[in-house]
Structure formats: C-alpha cells, structure tokens
Design a protein around this ligand. Sequence first.
Ligand code: ATP
Ligand code: MG
Length: 157
Amino acid sequence: MYLKRLEMENFKSFKGEVVVPYERGFTAITGPNGSGKSNCGDAIQFVLGYKSAKDVRASNVLDLLFNGGKNNKPAKFCKVSLIFDNPEDSDGSRRLKIDADEVHFTRTVRKTRSGSASSNYYLNGTSCRKRDVTDVFLGTGLGPRSYAIIEQGMISQ
Ligand code: ATP
Ligand code: MG
C-alpha cells in the first residue's frame, strides 16, 4: 500500500486542477521558497483529517481555498484526493480494508452563500464521514499526526 497520486483542485496556492504523481521511484519535490512544496503536505493532511487548521498553517478551513492571488477570482470550492495503491497480499488480504486495488479518499470544502464552510468526505466516490476515513487508516501507521508525516521544523524540535 502506498500513496500513488495526489490530486488537488483550488487548494491553497494551486489554481484549478493539479496532479502530483507519487509513483514508484519518486523521492522529492523541489522548488523555490513559496512555490507550494509544503502545501502538498498540507493537502495530504487535509484529507486525512487534521485536528486543527493550524496543523495545515491556516487559521480556518476557508483559508485553504485558492485565494485568487493578484489576478484571479477567489475559489468557492476546493477538492483534494489521495489515491492509494492497495494490492492483495499473498494471503488475499489488503492493508486498507477496502476490497479494491485502488482506494480514493477525497475531501471537499465549499464556501456557502452565508460565508460559512461546508466540508465533505468521500471514499471511492461515495460520501462518508470523517470517522470512516480515520477508521480505514487505523493500524496502518498512517494518520494526520503519525510519524508518516514529518513537517518542516519537526526534526529539529
Ligand atoms: P519553502 O521553501 O519556503 O518552505 P514551500 O514551497 O514549502 O516554500 P508553501 O509553504 O507550500 O511553499 O507555499 C506558500 C505559498 O502558498 C505562499 O506564497 C502563500 O501565499 C501561498 N498560499 C497559501 N495559502 C494560499 C491560498 N489560500 N491561496 C493562494 N495562495 C496561497
Ligand atoms: Mg515549505
């Protein structure tokens, strides 16, 4: 089981759709300061279900919508999907207890007319609770606060 693709739409600095293919052999994203490297990690934690928006360097979930910068309109909707490879082991079991070779976890946020945020989670395209996403990762070692994700500054801390 491994994360093979990250798909983002209007998440933080990423305008429109952006796909990061974390295929086998992938080691690093490089780029200048402020180019969105850490935002990719934030996108992963966004889907896994962080405890506080501060964990993804935002004061509130609406700060995660692409803000339009200087030349574009601010987005009213954002969507991030994590696509995991989930093959059958030799004994027929799978690391993620979902009977599919590929598992898609998706979270969306919509800014409502009244200006509040509406958040939804999906498992392989079907609407689910945040709790259902957490449950699938139980026992795999992956979660928003697990050592599978080491943030900038955490190593020296
Ligand atoms: P460094 O090398 O300094 O760690 P980085 O590549 O990790 O940089 P990020 O922290 O991922 O950079 O990206 C920061 C950029 O994301 C900033 O330019 C910030 O303005 C932009 N950004 C953050 N939130 C939003 C948003 N909601 N809409 C548009 N841009 C955003
Ligand atoms: Mg960074």
